[in-house]
Write a protein that binds this ligand. Structure first.
Ligand code: SF4
Length: 65
């Protein structure tokens, strides 16, 4: 799985870092990605975080294979 974060949409609420600090970190105004490749053990938490993001700023791409 890969993940993208749209900084134009992000409200900087900090929820994603709280949920998955391995992937997300809160910058001065918006969240940032520490990395875009999500290992399997974090995948479910990242999916849930994308759903819970209040501004739908997180997009995930499941790999087809
Ligand atoms: S949960 Fe969404 S709005 Fe909140 S900091 Fe993360 S990306 Fe931004």
């Amino acid at each position: 799985m890969t993940v993208e974060l749209d900084a134009d949409l992000c409200a900087g609420c900090g929820l994603c870092e709280e949920n998955v600090s391995e992937i997300f970190k809160t910058g001065e105004y918006t969240a940032e990605l520490k990395k875009t490749e999500v290992e399997e053990k974090l995948a479910q938490r990242v999916r849930e975080t994308a759903e819970d993001c209040p501004t739908a700023a997180i997009t995930i791409y499941e790999k087809s294979s």
